[in-house]
Design a binder for this molecule. Structure first.
Ligand code: SF4
Ligand code: SF4
Length: 282
């Protein structure tokens, strides 16, 4: 039986909870290490190492450098391991001022100057984006079912209808108001970026009436493109379905509620970043 381990760096444990909601891997794998549920001193040699969380402090760096070379294959799971995610909020100056002050910190690992994705430290064989990736995606990663296929973009899996004659002239705000069940959320004035986001999650957010905020990152067609390209792609979709002025669309695209995930769209193709070929991204 193959073995796998879950190394948790700086994150929220949401990826681990999602993995624990999947169980079809149990017949084919033995879970050898996962501090959330198994007591073990160290990461053993395993066939597959799933890494969640960003490299935020010296302990993360040490643990990742120790564990990755012993694994047959390394997979970065979730937004934090791939692009920094919630842990990278600590790069904000006000947060750093508190947590980097020596007088405030005793017996905790030193923060690194910046939160880093794991592929800045070790080679990564595969990426599983999402915040968190759904249980179904974890099962697909571990069991590789024949015929498993994901929609190219979230819109394909959402299946709400895009209408040409329902054109709001302003945004309705984020998750407010009544939502029509079968009509595209953009037609209803919500800022949904499912048209640029990679599928695979089965669109739980827009199907439930909440706009997609892009946690799965860029679709294959945008993954190697610069910020200007995916920004104009999102802008074009919204302009095609609404009469909202371009300046307002741009303003909303830069709003805080999108910033946690939208930044990762450019992260895939940043200069100086290890290339992330789409073939490696699930
Ligand atoms: S834009 Fe959003 S709501 Fe509209 S079809 Fe795409 S995912 Fe669904
Ligand atoms: S619908 Fe969008 S925000 Fe929701 S899980 Fe899928 S990619 Fe993430």
């Amino acid at each position: 039986m193959k073995t796998f381990a879950v190394l948790q760096l700086a994150g929220c444990a949401g990826c681990e909870v999602s993995l624990l909601n999947a169980d079809e891997w149990m017949g084919g794998y033995r879970l050898a290490y996962m501090p959330l549920v198994i007591s073990a001193h160290d990461v053993p040699e395993v066939d597959l190492l799933l890494v969640s969380g960003g490299v935020r402090n010296e302990e993360d760096l040490y643990n990742l450098r120790r564990a990755a070379p012993q694994a047959g294959k390394v997979v970065a799971i979730g937004t934090c391991a791939i692009s920094g995610g919630v842990a990278s909020l600590g790069d904000r100056d006000d947060v750093r001022e508190v947590f980097l002050a020596d007088r405030e910190r005793h017996h905790v690992p030193h923060l690194l100057p910046k939160c880093r994705p794991i592929d800045a430290v070790v080679p990564v064989d595969q990426y599983l984006p999402g915040c968190p990736p759904t249980p179904e995606l974890f099962m697909a990663l571990l069991t590789e079912p024949p015929g498993f296929k994901t929609g190219a973009i979230v819109c394909v899996e959402c299946r709400r209808k895009k209408l040409k004659d329902m054109r709001p002239s302003r945004f309705a705000g984020f998750q407010r108001g009544e939502v029509e069940p079968d009509i595209c959320l953009i037609n209803q004035g919500f800022l949904c970026i499912g048209s640029s986001t990679r599928g695979g999650c089965r669109a739980p957010c827009p199907r439930a009436g909440h706009p997609c905020v892009g946690c799965r990152g860029p679709s294959d067609s945008l993954i190697e493109k610069e910020s200007a390209v995916w920004m104009s792609s999102i802008r074009r979709v919204i302009s095609g379905l609404t009469d909202i002025p371009a300046a307002e669309i741009d303003h909303e695209l830069r709003s805080p509620h999108l910033s946690l995930f939208l930044f990762q769209f450019s992260d895939y193709s940043s200069p100086g970043r290890t290339p992330r070929p789409k073939e490696k991204v699930m």
